[in-house]
Design a protein around this ligand. Structure first.
Ligand SMILES: [Zn+2]
Length: 106
């Protein structure tokens, strides 16, 4: 069994996403989605085996999977199942982000 470690859950109020950072970091963190630290705030300490979404930026491959999935009429859930470790909600937020940046053709 992997041992659980102490992490702090942070929220980016701008992107409305939660992410986990080792609790050794207490002052400021950068949002894994927008890279900013202006709207981040620590929420609570949690014990996790691993920080499942800590600073994992979305890759170009993932963007292509999302885009082709949308073209095929797949649901957010179906697209999230093709992406390792991404939840349906994460896919929904990422699609909003990509659209707002004009990075999706659909
Ligand atoms: Zn953000």
């Amino acid at each position: 069994m992997p041992k659980k470690k102490k992490y702090t859950s942070w929220r980016c109020k701008d992107c409305e996403i939660d992410y986990f950072v080792t609790s050794a970091v207490t002052h400021t963190t950068h949002c894994p989605q927008c890279g900013d630290n202006l709207f981040t705030e620590s929420i609570k300490v949690v014990w996790l085996e691993r920080p499942f979404n800590y600073k994992r930026p979305w890759s170009e491959e993932e963007r292509e999977i999302i885009e082709s999935g949308l073209h095929l009429g797949k649901t957010y859930r179906e697209i999230s199942q093709e992406l390792d470790g991404r939840t349906e909600n994460a896919v929904r937020r990422q699609i909003q982000q990509l659209r707002s940046k004009g990075m999706l053709s659909i």
